[in-house]
Design a protein around this ligand. Structure first.
Ligand SMILES: Nc1ncnc2c1ncn2[C@@H]1O[C@H](COP(=O)(O)OP(=O)(O)O)[C@@H](O)[C@H]1O
Ligand SMILES: Cc1ncc(COP(=O)(O)O)c(N)n1
Ligand SMILES: [Mg+2]
Length: 568
């Protein structure tokens, strides 16, 4: 039970209590698993609801001592909203925003909309009792931290939600009072206004109206300036929510995207540059979900709103050129993946082990010695028949390395040759290389896989069957085995010899490329160990510590072709 983060432990009536901050209690998930107790001089809490600041005392359910401090709770947002068939807004935007912000998101669907980048062509409400059933299913079981609401299309649905929330209280409620889509289509009519004002707003930790919605909630008040937004925020705060964020995405003549946050004490004017793009469909839904996500992680409201706004801005900026649909307002890319994927379309399907056939590994010192740029070296190797390139730039400055890597990547992709980066996973990510090659003392392949995702190529240097097994377990695509022969390229490198290579090949579940002191004179002997998973040789000096890289590569290519490898 020892934990530095607990403020203290005390015993009362033979029961153990822990004193800890609400944020910590909350982040650890104790509020869901432990009865929060009423002790003298300590703030009284109701189980599952941690709304005010101060200290809480907790007693483990069942009365035994609290021992599992390692449990971490997965932050969880429940969105109660409408589906957008075009997937730019609504439930679909909420799921993507929460995934991007790394919290779990469950969904209660209130309405189906037939919608695209032109507008809303149809709406079909989900029956009230079925909304109630969805709410109960999720809230009774799944330890929801924050509920975020979007399209609530009928009075009955608003009332059902408020009733269910009283029955299953959550940590916070984020209300995006969706009424009219940006395309001008009505998503919730004026009939819901009174229930909204009387029942839902007073329960909210934050409401996030856009200009039109703030105006509708305030009886048609005109909102045209930042000062108007401040007045609206104050008036809306009087209606009961703890915080009000009036969003200024549609503020006329503003070069900035300005939002006003008011918490009853202070105004915060949050400004970011207005991104010039048509792809803003779903910004409101995504902002509210991201606020909910940050609150679910335990952040205070001001930080949550700032992070959420920065996230929307970043995603809009990234998505400027994305081209989906023919209407005036397109969706954006929450996960910042679509653009780089379309660029990567030249290559690459899945890893092909036969690419290991003639594996050229660059060396900055050799290039310097021969007065070549890394780009010229790569071009020459590809012209000579190299089937995969690894950039191994141990001395380069990161900025220079990145620039060369990007240029080499363009050349490699023109020729359908994969480009890997040695050791520097950060550089591989930054320039969207095809993968990395890591040594035993570099970043573990398992971690590199998490960072690079499932498609990128990962190779690991291995000298023993155990290392080969670990590479397989860690999700590598191939192993490099060596040094087969003594080499000057690596200091203090143990030579495994042909026998060592054979032993590793026999044990390895992954394809193998041999490395270390290999060149025209001995490549054939290496390949003749006849292991079916030995797919080629990796070469540094024999290609790059020579006057003409292209000629040397071509010679080696011929030798390898003659050795009849890669046949399985
Ligand atoms: N072009 C833009 N550039 C940067 N931020 C924007 C842009 N348009 C909207 N935002 C921001 O996106 C969020 C959603 O605002 P808004 O578009 O006004 O809401 P809604 O989508 O509900 O109409 C706000 O934080 C707003 O400042
Ligand atoms: C189902 C649904 N929910 C919300 C919105 C608002 O999104 P926006 O204001 O960005 O058009 C929408 N268009 N559709
Ligand atoms: Mg918008």
């Amino acid at each position: 039970m020892a934990s530095a983060t607990f403020l203290s432990t005390l015993s009362l009536a033979n029961k153990n209590y822990l004193l800890l901050t609400p944020t910590h209690a909350y982040a650890k998930g104790y509020t869901n698993n432990f009865r929060v107790s009423n002790l003298p001089s300590i703030v009284v809490r109701k189980e599952g609801s941690v709304r005010s600041q101060g200290f809480v005392a907790m007693q483990e359910k069942g009365g035994s001592t609290l021992s599992d401090d390692s449990r971490t709770k997965t932050p969880h947002v429940l969105t109660v909203a409408g589906s957008d068939s075009g997937a730019g807004a609504g439930i679909q935007a909420d799921l993507k925003a929460c995934a991007a912000r790394r919290v779990y998101c469950s969904t209660v669907i209130t309405a189906l909309t037939a919608q695209n980048t032109v507008g809303v062509q149809g709406v079909s409400n989900v029956p009230e009792d079925f909304v109630a059933q969805q709410l109960k299913s999720v809230l009774s079981d799944m330890q929801v931290d924050v509920v975020k609401t979007g399209m609530l299309p009928s009075v009955g649905i608003v009332k059902t939600l408020c009733k269910t929330l009283r029955e299953f209280p959550v940590h916070a409620l984020v209300v995006d009072p969706v009424m009219v889509s940006t395309s001008g289509d009505v998503l919730a009519g004026p009939s819901i206004l009174s229930t909204f004002l009387e029942e839902l707003l007073p329960m909210a930790d934050i409401i996030t109206p856009n200009l039109k919605e703030a105006s509708a909630l305030l009886n048609g008040m005109q909102l045209e300036t930042v000062d108007d937004m401040r007045s609206a925020a104050r008036l809306l705060h009087n209606m009961g929510p703890k915080n009000v964020l009036v969003k200024g995405g549609d503020l006329p003549d503003s070069s900035d995207a300005v939002d006003i946050l008011y918490n009853g004490h202070n105004f915060y004017e949050l400004r970011s540059p207005r991104i010039r793009t048509r792809n803003t469909h779903g910004t409101g839904c995504s902002l509210a979900s991201s606020i909910a996500a940050e609150v679910a992680k335990g952040y205070p409201m001001l930080s949550a709103v700032k992070v959420a706004k920065r996230f929307v801005e970043t995603a809009l900026d990234y998505s400027k050129e994305i081209d989906i649909g023919n209407g005036p307002q397109g969706p954006f890319d929450h996960l910042l993946r679509l653009k780089s994927h379309s660029q990567a379309c030249h290559r690459q399907q899945t890893f092909d082990p036969s690419d290991l056939f003639l594996y050229a590994v660059t060396d900055s010192r050799m290039n310097k010695r021969w007065g070549r740029s890394i780009i010229d070296a790569v071009k020459a190797a590809i012209d000579g028949g190299a089937t995969i390139i690894q950039l191994r730039e141990k001395d380069a400055e990161t900025k220079d390395f990145m620039e060369s890597a990007k240029a080499c990547l363009r050349i490699c992709h023109l020729h359908g040759v994969p480009l890997l980066i040695n050791d520097r996973v950060d550089v591989a990510i930054a320039c969207d290389a095809d993968g990395v090659h890591v040594g035993q003392s570099d970043m573990p392949a398992r971690v590199a896989r998490t960072l690079l995702g499932p498609e990128k190529i990962i190779g690991v240097s291995c000298k023993t069957p155990e290392q080969a097994e670990q590479a397989w377990v860690d999700g590598a695509d191939y192993i490099g085995c060596g040094g087969v022969y003594p080499t000057n390229t690596k200091e203090n490198n143990i030579t495994v010899g042909l026998n060592g290579l054979k032993t590793v090949c026999m044990a390895s579940k992954l394809p193998v490329v041999a490395i270390g002191g290999i060149g025209v004179s001995n490549a054939r002997a290496v390949m003749e160990i006849c292991a079916s998973n030995l797919k080629g040789v990796a070469v540094v000096s024999a290609l790059f510590d020579r006057e003409c890289v292209q000629t040397e590569t071509r010679k080696l290519h011929e030798v390898l072709l003659g050795s009849n490898i890669g046949s399985t």
